[in-house]
Structure formats: structure tokens, C-alpha cells
Design a protein around this ligand. Structure first.
Ligand code: FUL
Length: 644
């Protein structure tokens, strides 16, 4: 069968027209004789139209890494290690729901290959773990809890599998498809199936312990995999590199481009374009913004103090949902199999603030009028009717009309939300929001792209007489389904905590004694955004930092956090040498080695010494950068004591 990209997309387009995104236009439109505007540019499939309404949902990264304190498992982990002591799927889902999430996406299998469901495809699974004596099924149990709470369910199945001996051969693709088939047929309706981009590299591979490189687009044959998912789960959007349904926003920081067009050129995914998309691109391929509530995707006790605050989550909401993308906010359960208390508090504060902010559309009591209307079915008041299948539009020749709301006296707001009627394409290129204050029109914001939605947060609440949407540039008449106003409610602050794990040492008590470059103090500030940078180390001229731990400590190991932003100019160290000293003069080496996948994953590395050592000072030496770059960058250093 021909599963080429072009053929695949052509079929999607036909299916989309047949299922009729356009049939949503109210019948009155035709009865009143006004023609529906001609669609412009790429258009979403019905499956994508539904997806655009999801807003926020949550990744749940819970797998072998939760128990090994890693971000990427090598693939040689023992199934016995997977042993949640108090797995509570309802607690996990309740935490997500309190934050306003509409769905859950579980890592059914991460790169280490360990499977969380009763698969028949491998022994490397929960069947051989102590959890429920091998009878448990996390995919089923979390799925049931998700549905009990009225949320939708999705799954993540890592294409890369560092456990499999046959990874890199055609047999593995057969295996992968069999796994996908199990997941798409046994666990009810799925709204999304997630394929991450990490692919090939070193791994266990059934004992080979080697590096394997694959040519991902050729190897996986994405069109056939996407076709399999759509056949088994017609409503599931695939997060894929092909252009079928949803694209990656291009970073893992939770920030969409401003603007972030839902369209892309008709070619395989390019990270550089993922953030902003391409105005007028041939494919409807909207961005999903994924980010973790903690620095890592998996739970680590030493990140308990680094959970993003409710205020930070609101900012991420503005920078993702507010720019027309969906936010996939990761919540990592701990080793019990529950969301930690601190995260639960933060999620509730965040969700409460959003619910209160968007509870009442203050534009509802206003009178809408427009510089031009297409007919009664497309009247200005359509933006106020709360329906997503009606819209205001202007005559074909008028691409830049203005819609004004005469507000009820005393209307005070600081949030403006505008939505386009997506089945007709993204029509508005540039627009402004203006308010009449004291008889003078003032421009509050000027932006490109409305799309699924645009939320504009003003610096403070205002109470103007009138407010208007001015279309400044558009290749066709606009189709605006909503123009809404809200008054933001700030989240209740949740104070940061220190780690719940007593083995995690408090680095605020540490001091930098000496360092090969200035500014090393930021290594101890518990903030991954502040980075120590210096020229790349050279033979005979390593980078080095000497730390005073403040008192005698039973040090069992150290951690190192690289800069988390991809930066080709400043990269993490390749390896390390760790030395300890009681007096700061006589040193002994306690560990030496290479960090695993540090340059790609940019995640915290936790290095355990062969045995805990009593020490006052720690010296770390870095001889090389992980990849060729002019500078070395490290965001943080920490330490842990032995488990008691
Ligand atoms: C990436 C993976 O490598 C990370 O571990 C995580 O799962 C993230 C969501 O996707 O590609």
C-alpha cells in the first residue's frame, strides 16, 4: 500500500471535508441568504478541531526511572525494581483535575523499554514486577481513574527502546506495532497518542551495550504508524514528526511562539519552525506545548523544592494556551505512585485561579456592533453568544473590519480572549485590541495570529466605555467566534519547601571556596535558570570548582544540573572527577566518569560514590565539554547523604 506522506495528507483532507468542519456553520446562515465565507488556506481535520478545544492536559511520567532516580534508563533495569508502594490513580487524576486538566497522557513505555501494562510482547514488563504480584496494570488502572473523573485518556509509547536486542532491525518495528495495537485496542477511547523524538544512541539492547544509530523517518515509517493509530482510534490525535495531527512546540520550557501559527510547510518537522509555525503553511499542524511542573520529567526527591509556583504556571498558561496551543503539563508521581503534596497544593491554587478568572465573560452584557457585517447570520453579536459554531464576519471584499463592544457601565477587566472559527482557516494575520478611555481610543495590544484563541493579559484592570477588535491585516474576511473579557484572580501563593527527602543536602549552607571562573556562586542557588559559564576546558586547563559544605557531612554522592536551554555556544561537561577533603588541602578522588546523555537530555545527573565519605570539602573537575562548543555551562551542583 502507498503510505507516502502526500497520499496520507490528501486522504486526511478528504476525510476532513467529508466529516464537514463546515457543517458546523448554523443553518440560519443559508436561510438568510448570506453565503458562508470561502475557507482560506489550510484547515483542521474534525479530529484537530476537537483537540483545539482541550486547552490543558497532563503528561504523567511514571515508569522505571521513578525508581532509579533517572531521566533516561539504560534499558538494563530489573523489572523487580518497579514497585510503587501506594499507587493511587484517583489521587493522581484528582490533582490534575484540580488544575483544570481535561485529560491524562501516561508513559506506557519510556526509552528504557519497561512496559507498564500486561503486554504479551515482552517479559520486560510489570508482569515480572512485585507490583500486585505481577498482576497489576498501570495503564488500565490510571485509565479507569481518568474516566471515573470524567477526563480523557492518552498514551505515550517511546519509539526508542534501549532494552530490545532487535532495536534497529525490522523485527523491532513489528514489535512496536504490536505494542501500539495492544494499547489502542484494550484501554478504551484515546484522545492522543504520543511519539517522542528521542531516537537511537547507546543502550543495553539485550546485552549488546552499544550505540545504535537509526534513520528515524525511514526506520519507523511514520505514515504507516499514524495510519494504524487512526484506524484503531479514529479520534486520537498523534503527536508525530510527520504532520498528521499535532506538532512539538520546539522547546520543553512551556513557551509557544508569539505568534504561534497552527500551520506548517508540507515537509517533515523542523525544530526551528516548530515554535512559531509558518503563516500560510500548507499543513494544519498545530503546536502542543509540553513542560514539566518540576525540572525533570520524572520524580526526584531533590526537586521537591523546585516545583513551579502557581504564579509561574499562570505565566506558562498565558504563553501556551494564551497563544492558541494546548498545554501538556507534566505531573510526575513519586515512588509511592502519588503526586507529592507540594505539587497538589500548587495545582489546586493554579486551577482555582484560572477557574475564578474565566468564570464570567464580562463582555456578555455589552452591545456589539461592527464596521461591516455579512448579514444577520454573521452579525457582530455572534461573538457574544457563547457558541463555538457561530461567528461574526464581513463582506468578502472587507478584510479589515472593526468590531466594537459598548460595555455595561463599571465593566472592569484585564483579560481579553479572542477566537477564530477554525474550520474556515486562520484568516486574521494581524489585529489590535483598543479601548476608549476618557474619550480617547488607546491601543492596548497589537498581535499577529488569533487562531484557536488569543488571550491578552493587560498590566492592570481597566474600565473603559468601549473596547474594540481591529483587524489590521488579513487575506480574507475574518470569522471571529468569540470576543470575551474577564477579570483575573491571582493564585493563592504556595510557599516553596525544602526536599521531603532527608538525604538531599541543603546547598544554601555551602560556599564556593575557589573556581576556575567567576560567578560560580549560582551553582548553589537552587535555580536552573542561573548558569555558570566559562571558556571550554582544554587539555591541562580544566574547569574546576571547590566547595565548602559548611560542616562535616556523610557525602554519598553529588548531583549536577546542566543549563536546561539548548545553547550550541555553551554546553554541559562530558565527564567529572570528584575529590573530597577534610581540611581543604589534602584531597582524595572518590569518583570519576562520564555523565549519561547529558548533552541531549539536559537533565540533572546524580552520581553516587562507591561508598559514603565523611568530608567537609568537595572539588569537582571537568576536563571536556560534552560536545564541541566555545563555552562550558553548568546550572547547579548538589549533594546527597546516605539513606538511613
Ligand atoms: C522527550 C524524552 O526524551 C523525555 O524523557 C520526555 O519523555 C519528553 C516528554 O520527551 O523526548
Amino acid at each position: 500500500m502507498d503510505f507516502s506522506r502526500r497520499r496520507f495528507l490528501a486522504e486526511t483532507a478528504i476525510a476532513s471535508a467529508a466529516a464537514g468542519g463546515l457543517s458546523a456553520v448554523p443553518a440560519e446562515a443559508f436561510a438568510q441568504g448570506a453565503a458562508v465565507p470561502t475557507p482560506w488556506g489550510a484547515r483542521p481535520s474534525p479530529r484537530q478541531v476537537k483537540w483545539h478545544k482541550r486547552g490543558m492536559y497532563s503528561f504523567i511520567h511514571f515508569a522505571m526511572n521513578t525508581f532509579t532516580d533517572k531521566e533516561w534508563g539504560y534499558g538494563d533495569e530489573k523489572p523487580e525494581w518497579f514497585n510503587p508502594t501506594d499507587f493511587d490513580p484517583d489521587q493522581i487524576v484528582a490533582a490534575a483535575k484540580a488544575a483544570g486538566m481535561t485529560g491524562i497522557i501516561l508513559t506506557a513505555k519510556h526509552h528504557d523499554g519497561f512496559c507498564l501494562w500486561q503486554t504479551q510482547t515482552t517479559e520486560h514488563s510489570i508482569r515480572n514486577s512485585p507490583y500486585k504480584q505481577g498482576k497489576g496494570d498501570i495503564v488500565a488502572e490510571l485509565g479507569e481513574a481518568t474516566r471515573r473523573a470524567g477526563l480523557d485518556y492518552g498514551l505515550y509509547l517511546s519509539p526508542w527502546d534501549r532494552n530490545r536486542a532487535d532495536y534497529g532491525t525490522p523485527d523491532y518495528i513489528t514489535y512496536y506495532r504490536a505494542q501500539l495495537t495492544e494499547l489502542c485496542t484494550r484501554y478504551g477511547k484515546l484522545f492522543e497518542v504520543w511519539f517522542d523524538g528521542a531516537n537511537g544512541g547507546d543502550g543495553y539492547y539485550g546485552g549488546a551495550r552499544e550505540a545504535r544509530k537509526i534513520d528515524a523517518p525511514k526506520y519507523y515509517n511514520w505514515p504507516s504508524i499514524v495510519e494504524l493509530v487512526h484506524r484503531l482510534q479514529p479520534d486520537a490525535c498523534t503527536f508525530d514528526p510527520l504532520g498528521a495531527d499535532i506538532r512539538w512546540v520546539g522547546n520543553e520550557n512551556g513557551v509557544a511562539g508569539d505568534p504561534c501559527w497552527p500551520t506548517m510547510p508540507n515537509r517533515p518537522y523542523e525544530q526551528d519552525l516548530g515554535n512559531a509555525g509558518l503563516r500560510g503553511g500548507e499543513l494544519w499542524w498545530p503546536a502542543e506545548t509540553d513542560v514539566s511542573i518540576r525540572p525533570g520529567w520524572f520524580y526526584h526527591a531533590d526537586e521537591d523544592s523546585k516545583v513551579k509556583s502557581p504564579e509561574r504556571l499562570i505565566q506558562l498558561f498565558d504563553e501556551s494556551v494564551g497563544r492558541g496551543t494546548n498545554l501538556n503539563l507534566n505531573l510526575p508521581p513519586d515512588r509511592r505512585g502519588r503526586i507529592a503534596d507540594q505539587d497538589v497544593k500548587i495545582l489546586k491554587s493554579f486551577g482555582d485561579a484560572l477557574r475564578a478568572s474565566f468564570a464570567k465573560d464580562l463582555a456578555k452584557g455589552s452591545v456589539a456592533h461592527a464596521s461591516a457585517e455579512r448579514g444577520a447570520a454573521f452579525a457582530a453579536a455572534r461573538v457574544l453568544d457563547g457558541r463555538d459554531d457561530t461567528y461574526w464576519s464581513s463582506p468578502d471584499a472587507d478584510h479589515t473590519p472593526t468590531l466594537t463592544l459598548d460595555l455595561a457601565p463599571g465593566t472592569r477587566f484585564d483579560l481579553v480572549r479572542v477566537k477564530e472559527f477554525l474550520p474556515l482557516g486562520v484568516r486574521v494575520t494581524r489585529f489590535a485590541i483598543e479601548a476608549e478611555i476618557g474619550g480617547v481610543w488607546q491601543r492596548l495590544a497589537e498581535k499577529e495570529c488569533i487562531g484557536a484563541q488569543r488571550i491578552i493579559r493587560l498590566p492592570e484592570k481597566i474600565a473603559p466605555r468601549r473596547v474594540r477588535l481591529v483587524v489590521l491585516d488579513a487575506p480574507a474576511c475574518p470569522a471571529i467566534t468569540e470576543f470575551a473579557l474577564f477579570a483575573a484572580v491571582a493564585p493563592v501563593p504556595v510557599p516553596a519547601i525544602v526536599s521531603s527527602d532527608p538525604t538531599v543536602l541543603d546547598t544554601t549552607k555551602w560556599k564556593v571556596v575557589s573556581a576556575s571562573a567567576a560567578g560560580a556562586e549560582v551553582l548553589l542557588d537552587n535555580d536552573a535558570a542561573t548558569i555558570w559559564r566559562q571558556s571550554a576546558p582544554m587539555p591541562g586547563k580544566p574547569a574546576q570548582v571547590t566547595l565548602d559544605l559548611g560542616s562535616d557531612v556523610e557525602l554519598a554522592g553529588f548531583s549536577l544540573t546542566p543549563g536546561r536551554q539548548v545553547d550550541s555556544q555553551a554546553v554541559p561537561p562530558k565527564g567529572y572527577r570528584a575529590e573530597v577533603s577534610q581540611d581543604g588541602t589534602r584531597w582524595s578522588e572518590v569518583a570519576q566518569g562520564e555523565f549519561s546523555n547529558i548533552a541531549y537530555a539536559l537533565s540533572t545527573q546524580r552520581i553516587a560514590f562507591a561508598a559514603p565519605v565523611a568530608t567537609r570539602y568537595l572539588r569537582l573537575t571537568f576536563a571536556e565539554t560534552a560536545i564541541d562548543a566555545p563555552k562550558l555551562a553548568i546550572a547547579g551542583v548538589g549533594g546527597f547523604s546516605a539513606k538511613r
